[in-house]
Design a protein around this ligand. Structure first.
Ligand SMILES: Nc1nc2c(ncn2[C@@H]2O[C@H](COP(=O)(O)OP(=O)(O)OP(=O)(O)O)[C@@H](O)[C@H]2O)c(=O)[nH]1
Ligand SMILES: *[C@@H]1O[C@H](CO)[C@@H](O)[C@H](O)[C@H]1NC(C)=O
Ligand SMILES: *[C@@H]1O[C@H](CO)[C@@H](O)[C@H](O)[C@H]1NC(C)=O
Ligand SMILES: [Mg+2]
Length: 404
């Protein structure tokens, strides 16, 4: 399926190049400029309420879509534009509120580029001679009302008349679009090539609600190759490593000196009370895990979005049992530099290197730590552990182990 679509795209690319050789392209648009550089741009955005870590998964779907197509298509010219980070629901501090943040603040762009053909939006801006960046076509994706037709899930899409796109364009006012197409969509992400192929002359397309298409295959080698390329920004890694060596007495990748906990609170504690323990329950479970699995450890690192009051209470409870408790509190200047997103990543890196990790059930923040530990080569039994509710069942987390 993917194969036939790629052939179609290659054809359309050829015809555009022939047009160029014959010396015409649409002067009224800036497509001449783009044809010259022979690059086409694929933009996307994600449903505004989604958090940082779910967005990382959406990125992987698109990055894999382009990387796989690039493997097959000769002269592949699409570039994935990294959508700037803007006004995320969980980002409460002032430093994160104002301007859209490029991916380089959080990730190692060279490493991303080593896996997939990606560019930052500011790189696209710098190639745009007009004052306005005008995207050729925006596909606004939305779900079918009923995912199951006669009880079966079928991949499909359908162009519809109406849909809402409240202009956001990652917070930029100087980005706009020529045409908007509304599409009901369900299925794997590579199926988006069918939409792209509808208008072979488009040089730039955008998909809104990028979270709707699914991974072509989750947990495969391609998945992990892409995941491994998502290295963090070097400053963030250095800051996390300094903390680990200074406070947690470890200078190696796989530490044996501390245990780490991701204690997800806030909206999670409110909406998923049945899945998480009380504060006292959390203390007991940490104590029990240490006794059972890493009895020589006395240092506990806590990553959490809890209020300071709650964290202090957890700290006191653990201190009473004889543990030393650590958590990362950014200085004012670190917060200004790394923003809420970077601070959360530093928490994730510190959790990743611990001898033993306990996460929060079905938190994507926890999932990303688990993947990081798989990449570091920890025994999976030290990674796929969760805090359990006070009563009722406590299913073990699914083990998504690495494929090299
Ligand atoms: N610094 C820090 N921030 C956290 C921590 N846990 C959660 N957060 C913040 O809260 C956000 C959590 O949202 P998501 O990234 O979507 O992850 P999630 O809400 O746990 O998972 P889902 O809602 O199921 O997708 C993070 O992006 C952080 O901004 C933590 O341990 N440390
Ligand atoms: C749009 O505005 C931003 C600043 O708000 C600027 O950096 C960027 O270059 C502008 N884009 C274009 C195409 O002029
Ligand atoms: C991983 O840990 C488990 C439980 O401690 C142990 O049984 C298993 O042998 C370990 N696996 C490896 C590959 O070390
Ligand atoms: Mg979330």
């Amino acid at each position: 399926m993917l194969y036939s679509v790629i052939i179609f795209i290659t054809f359309s690319l050829l015809s555009a190049e022939q047009n160029l050789e014959q010396g015409f392209c649409d002067i009224s648009s800036n497509s001449c400029e783009n044809i010259k550089s022979n690059q086409k741009f694929l933009f996307y955005d994600v449903n505004p309420p989604e958090g940082f870590n779910l967005r990382r998964d959406v990125y992987m779907r698109f990055a894999i879509m382009l990387a796989e197509a690039q493997k097959i298509g000769k002269g592949f010219s699409w570039r994935l534009v990294l959508p700037p980070w803007h006004r995320l629901y969980h980002w409460k501090s002032e430093t994160s509120a104002s301007t859209p943040i490029p991916w380089s603040v959080f990730f190692d762009i060279d490493s991303l580029k080593s896996y997939a053909p990606v560019v930052e939006l500011h790189e696209v801006f710098s190639k745009t001679t007009d004052e306005l960046l005008e995207i050729d076509r925006l596909y606004v994706l939305h779900n079918f009302e009923d995912a199951f037709e006669n009880g079966v899930f079928k991949e499909k899409w359908e162009i519809t008349q109406d849909c809402n796109y409240v202009d956001r364009f990652w917070g930029y006012r100087n980005v706009t679009v020529k045409e908007i197409v509304c599409v009901k969509f369900q299925g794997k992400i590579s199926k988006l090539w069918e939409l792209v192929a509808l208008h072979p002359l488009d040089r730039s397309v955008m998909f809104s609600h990028g979270e709707i298409p699914l991974h072509d295959s989750y947990g495969t080698k391609s998945y992990w190759d892409c995941r491994k390329s998502m290295k963090f920004n070097k400053d963030l890694t250095r800051t996390a490593k300094n903390f680990i060596s200074q406070f947690l007495s470890c200078k190696t990748e796989k530490c044996s000196t501390y245990i780490s906990i991701h204690w997800r609170r806030q909206d999670f504690a409110r909406s998923r009370q049945r899945d998480i323990p009380s504060l006292q329950g959390t203390i007991k479970q940490i104590h029990k895990a240490i006794e059972n699995y890493v009895p020589n450890i006395e240092k506990v690192f806590i990553a959490s979005d809890a209020s300071t009051t709650e964290i202090k209470e957890l700290e006191r409870g653990l201190q009473v049992l004889g543990y030393k408790v650590y958590y990362y509190v950014p200085s004012k200047s670190d917060l200004a530099r790394y923003k809420d997103g970077g601070v959360a990543i530093i928490d994730q890196i510190i959790c990743s290197h611990a001898a033993y990790f306990i996460g929060t059930h079905e938190s994507t923040f926890t999932y990303r730590i688990q993947e990081e530990r798989e990449i570091l080569g920890f025994n999976s039994s030290t990674t796929f552990n969760r805090l359990c509710p006070h009563t009722g069942k406590c299913e073990k987390p699914s083990m998504w182990t690495i494929v090299n």
